[in-house]
Write a protein that binds this ligand. Structure first.
Ligand code: NI
Length: 172
């Protein structure tokens, strides 16, 4: 089932999410819904607070090529274990800020630990778009958006555009 994606500005996007205590069928269903919602958008990552659930869960799939097999990842309680000194700049976007993009500098490589859909502990080093996406999604669990890395003026400009967009959407 597709879920509704919250749009910035929304107080729920600024909250710190709670750790997932134990996996349940409800949580697994939520994760599956989030993947469906993400692919449909389309996007490469989605965090639970973006669908209004303040729990530490993110999904992502940064496979780009049409001929490549999809790699849907479900991460409960994801944590960055280590990050590289080397950085990377990507033009980021976010499903909660449609049509808004900006360059963000982040560590180029991160090692992430999480609990998978089966409840098993996983750990992996991510690079490239996967590394950026993992950091962007985990930021959501801290109530942080990619625009928080921008200069205040640029951030305010984007927020103003979003307020306008939400007002227009509410009218239609
Ligand atoms: Ni996002």
């Amino acid at each position: 089932m597709k879920r509704k994606i919250l749009l910035h500005p929304d107080p729920r996007l600024k909250k710190v999410s709670a750790p997932v205590p134990d996996l349940s069928d409800d949580l697994r269903a939520l994760a599956d819904d989030m993947l469906e919602t993400m692919y449909d958008a389309p996007g490469v990552g989605l965090a639970a607070p973006q669908v209004g659930i303040l729990q530490r869960l993110v999904v992502m799939d940064c496979v780009k090529g049409e001929n490549e097999a999809p790699r849907p990842l479900i991460m409960f309680n994801p944590e960055i274990v280590s990050s590289s000194d080397e950085t990377n700049v990507y033009e980021e976007g976010c499903l909660s800020l449609p049509e808004q993009f900006a360059d963000v500098t982040r560590p180029a490589e991160v090692e992430v630990r999480w609990i998978d859909r089966e409840g098993k502990a996983q750990q992996e080093v991510f690079t490239g778009l996967w590394a950026t996406c993992a950091q962007h999604e985990i930021d959501h669990l801290e109530g942080k958006l990619f625009i928080d890395y921008l200069k205040p003026l640029k951030r305010q400009m984007i927020t103003r555009k979003m307020v306008k967009m939400k007002r227009e959407l509410a009218r239609t």
